[in-house]
Design a protein around this ligand. Structure first.
Ligand code: MSP
Length: 474
């Protein structure tokens, strides 16, 4: 097992403020980062997230607002950070691709690949989708010539001089790394999908855009007239921070969390770029599904965007985290509605967790007993957390909620309120308090604020009834 771990999420575009779909990934990665800090130690974990600020989409969004690109992306980046902070995301660095260190790293990386003979100049004539920030072939467009992912955007026809990366030369390399799991692509279905894509063959990809078309980017180190292509620039963010902090070495497990729409960039382009520039590859790319709101894609044009801060204001941060970790699109797309969050809140948080806590606290207080704080150490490598090897945060929550249900049964069966002998009552309550103390630890990676509140209440010898943690919502 490696001593350290670098956990990253995709960095979000700054054309608009993020919604709950983008935020899902940050919560998932945050849960794993928090778990690893408990399991490996604080110093052994580094978690990065941030914003992807160059390229046409960001440039155009700035123009629409009548702002300079820098003012625009700074504004949105700050807003995104507020959204993420509202979800209690414990990132170690919020990186912006306009940060000075990243700009320097990107240019140096480009230069390394150039020196290794993998970048050459040529002409590109073809299509480009600004929504994906990607070049498209005819087969990647629908019958109306529009992008499948962004059918409302006008597809661009490009005819320009660019620098190209020799992606096609990395086909066998990628096949070998992915099929052998040296680069673990998960879930398994995604691994199969990426290998199938490789079977069609890779074509060299342009890694610059001419400045007269896209001025908002990092100038190519070998050509003043070109900027580095936004995906080439953005992917390097992981290395910028990882390598500066000593988290891009052989002792580190490197895990990228990404959504299904950008799996290819991370599993096929990024490893080829790293190999070209002479860096080690990541260990894993974990690909999650999409959140759909009441069955529809979340999008500005459909007017159904929900911001994390709106949800937090309505339900509280831990309820949002709990809901998304338990019912989010960990492997498959998931449907999401406010009604469903409310049901889960009332059923599993107000009732399942909150009610059990207030029952035990009230009984413990009434008994007047001391409950010496024992050695409720958690085995973070134990069976309960086994599903986290495959990032199945939902399964761990299920198991913890089974423990809570068992505890509830224990209370109902033993009826502590009716127990006559002190010895028996002490035995029953000691068990229940001890179970809740364990639960408070288990839930730390998932709902840290709640864990802390329970620990404050139960972490001392005299236990007193407290406020309802999750008051029922009508
Ligand atoms: N900027 C690129 C990523 C560069 S990473 C080097 C990008 N940005 S994005 O803002 O469009 O998306 C950021 C992340 O949010 C991606 O992983 C994407 O899959 C994810 N999601 C966007 N909408 C989502 C949902 N509705 N549901 C779940 N995840 C979603 O792509």
């Amino acid at each position: 097992m490696k001593k350290k771990i670098l956990i990253t999420t995709a960095i979000d575009y700054t054309n608009d403020v993020i919604h709950v779909g983008h935020a899902y990934e940050k919560i998932l990665a945050d849960c794993i980062a928090r778990y690893e800090r408990l399991s490996l130690g604080k110093e052994a974990v580094y978690y990065t997230t941030g914003t992807d600020e160059h390229g046409t989409t960001n440039q155009k969004a700035a123009e629409e607002r009548g702002l300079s690109p820098m003012d625009h992306v700074t504004d949105i980046s700050q807003e995104n950070r507020k959204q993420i902070d509202a979800l209690n995301i414990s990132y170690d660095r919020f990186i912006r691709t306009t940060d000075a260190d990243h700009k320097k790293f990107s240019a140096e990386f480009f230069e390394k690949s150039l020196k290794n003979g993998d970048i050459y100049k040529d002409k590109y004539a073809g299509f480009y989708c600004e929504g994906c920030e990607a070049h498209k072939t005819l087969t990647e467009l629908n019958e109306y010539g529009q992008c499948f992912v962004h059918p409302t955007r006008k597809i661009q026809r490009l005819d320009e001089e660019n620098y190209f990366f020799k992606w096609s030369e990395y086909e066998d390399f990628l096949k070998e790394k992915i099929s052998s799991d040296e680069l673990r692509v998960r879930p398994q279905g995604k691994k199969a999908e990426m290998l199938a894509f490789l079977e069609h063959g890779l074509r060299d990809i342009t890694v610059t855009r001419p400045k007269y078309k896209v001025s908002w980017g990092i100038t190519a180190p070998n050509d003043e007239e070109q900027v580095i292509y936004v995906w080439f620039d953005a992917l390097i963010n992981y290395l910028t921070e990882g390598s500066q902090k000593g988290f891009w070495d052989e002792d580190t497990k490197i895990v990228h969390f990404v959504g299904k729409d950008i799996a290819r960039w991370h599993t096929l382009l990024w490893p080829a770029m790293l190999e070209s520039a002479g860096y080690r590859l990541p260990d894993e790319v974990y690909v999650h599904g999409f959140i759909n709101l009441e069955g529809q894609k979340i999008s500005k044009s459909l007017g159904n965007v929900i911001r994390p801060t709106d949800l937090v204001a309505q339900f509280g941060v831990d309820s949002v985290r709990y809901f998304l970790l338990k019912y989010g699109p960990i492997t498959e797309d998931s449907v999401f509605s406010l009604k469903q969050i409310k049901e889960v809140y009332n059923g599993e948080l107000a009732n399942g967790l909150g009610n059990t806590i207030s029952r035990v606290a009230a009984l413990a207080q009434k008994s007047g007993f001391d409950f010496p704080v024992g050695d409720e150490n958690v085995d973070w490598q134990g069976a309960l957390f086994e599903p986290l090897k495959e990032y199945r945060v939902d399964k761990v929550l299920q198991s913890i909620w089974i423990l809570l249900a068992d505890l509830d049964k224990h209370i109902n069966k033993n009826e502590p309120w009716a127990i006559k002998t002190e010895e028996k009552l002490r035995e029953v309550l000691t068990h229940e308090v001890s179970e809740l103390r364990k639960v408070a630890k288990y839930i730390k990676p998932f709902i840290p604020d709640t864990a802390q509140k329970i620990e404050q209440q139960f972490g001392k010898v005299k236990i007193t009834a407290g406020e309802m943690l999750f008051p029922r919502l009508d």
